[in-house]
Ligand binder design. Structure first.
Ligand code: TXA
Ligand code: MG
Length: 343
């Protein structure tokens, strides 16, 4: 049975040591972070890590992120750390940045999928960092079954993992709502492997140039981050995105909604507050105001899970302008829709 633990105070050591004890003896605990919930195990306990892959049904060639509580933890995990990195970490950690660095051989192969780098992140959740400081660094992928949308609240974790993990630590709703920005710092210039809350501009303060993994702009390129090649974030229904630049896209969505309804289909609509009232179906979800991309990012994955609960056949989703955080949100939406965009 899965225990749901709500920790009321960062000072309640007795409560906080409970998940830490489970982790120390090789158990799995779901931890809250500011991005999405993570399915955690001690990074240096290979049996526990193997369980993560089993529980999620995750391919073994997809490496995990190691979560730390203090900057100094990276010296146990990585070497040849670039000089600038300490300053960068000061600005972005704790926070939604994952740094890919040269690994130390002490990190088990199963964590790095045998590669010569390790991904490291310091999450911005006080309770989670306290747990890590008691247990040691934690390898944690998002706490969903492989291929499904990442969970941003305990209810969505339970939907996938009830009975499969010992404990879920309840940290409420994840503030960012999409996974961290994964940046490879091993080269002369940083390369963004997975877009997230932090975008190119955020790193231009430190480097002349910031590179984007080629696969982010060109579907035919193989991504450098192994996880990016898999099917992802998929709701049960078939999803279509209506491109931001499509003329009269609300009218087009309304028309398609009616014709799918006439075919007897149950149709979900993913839109914004501004257009909520345009659509004649009970299965409408808003990502918040079209002017508030942070709200949009926070609400994306939980909305997709709500469509699963409604059991819709089709989701018609309004696209977002692909700049800054909007680019990162669209990266997730396109994968959810398996690339089906109406332009
Ligand atoms: O926000 C997040 O990053 C969340 C929370 C729980 O921290 N975690 C998360 O983990 O999204 P996961 O496993 O779902 O995604 C990790 C991504 C995958 O695409 C994986 O391939 C990539 O990071 N990755 C991990 N280690 C890597 C490495 N050494 N080199 C390149 N990519 C790596
Ligand atoms: Mg994931």
């Amino acid at each position: 049975k899965t225990e749901l633990l709500k920790i009321n105070s960062i000072n309640d050591l007795k409560q906080i040591s409970w998940p830490a004890e489970i982790l120390k003896r090789g158990g799995l605990v779901v931890i809250p972070t500011e991005t999405v919930y993570g399915l955690a195990a001690l990074y240096n306990n290979e049996n526990a890590i193997r369980k993560i892959f089993e529980v999620k049904n995750r391919p073994l060639d997809n490496p995990l992120i190691v979560h730390i509580a203090d900057f100094s933890d990276i010296y146990d995990l990585a070497e040849d750390i670039p000089e600038k990195f300490e300053q960068i970490a000061k600005e972005f950690w704790p926070g939604p940045l994952t740094a890919v660095l040269k690994r130390k051989s002490t990190v088990p192969d199963i964590v790095t999928a045998g590669g010569d780098t390790v991904a490291i992140r310091m999450p911005d959740n006080e309770i989670t960092r306290k747990i890590i400081s008691l247990s040691g660094p934690l390898a944690a992928p998002s706490a969903n079954l492989s291929g499904r949308p990442s969970p941003t609240n305990p209810k969505d974790v339970l939907m996938d993992l009830d009975g499969r993990v010992e404990m879920i630590v309840d940290g409420g709703i994840s503030r960012v709502g999409i996974e961290s920005t994964v940046v490879d710092f091993t080269g002369e210039f940083p390369t963004i492997l997975r877009p997230g809350f932090y975008t190119e501009d955020d790193f231009l303060k430190y480097y002349e140039k910031v590179l984007l993994d080629l696969s982010l702009k060109d579907k035919n390129q193989v991504p450098k981050s192994p996880g990016q090649k898999y099917k992802h974030y998929a709701p049960k229904a078939e999803m279509y995105i209506y491109d931001y630049n499509l003329e009269n896209r609300i009218d087009k969505m309304k028309k398609d909604l009616e014709s799918y309804k006439n075919q007897g289909k149950k149709v979900g609509i993913l839109t914004f507050n501004e257009y909520l009232r345009e659509f004649d179906t009970p299965y409408v979800k808003s990502l918040g105001s079209i002017k508030d991309t942070e709200e949009n990012s926070r609400k994306l994955f939980s909305s997709l899970r709500d469509f699963d609960r409604y059991n819709v056949d089709i989701i018609l989703a309004e696209g977002i302008k692909e700049e800054n955080l909007g680019f990162s949100i669209m990266n997730r939406m396109k994968k959810s829709a398996a690339g089906k965009i109406i332009k």
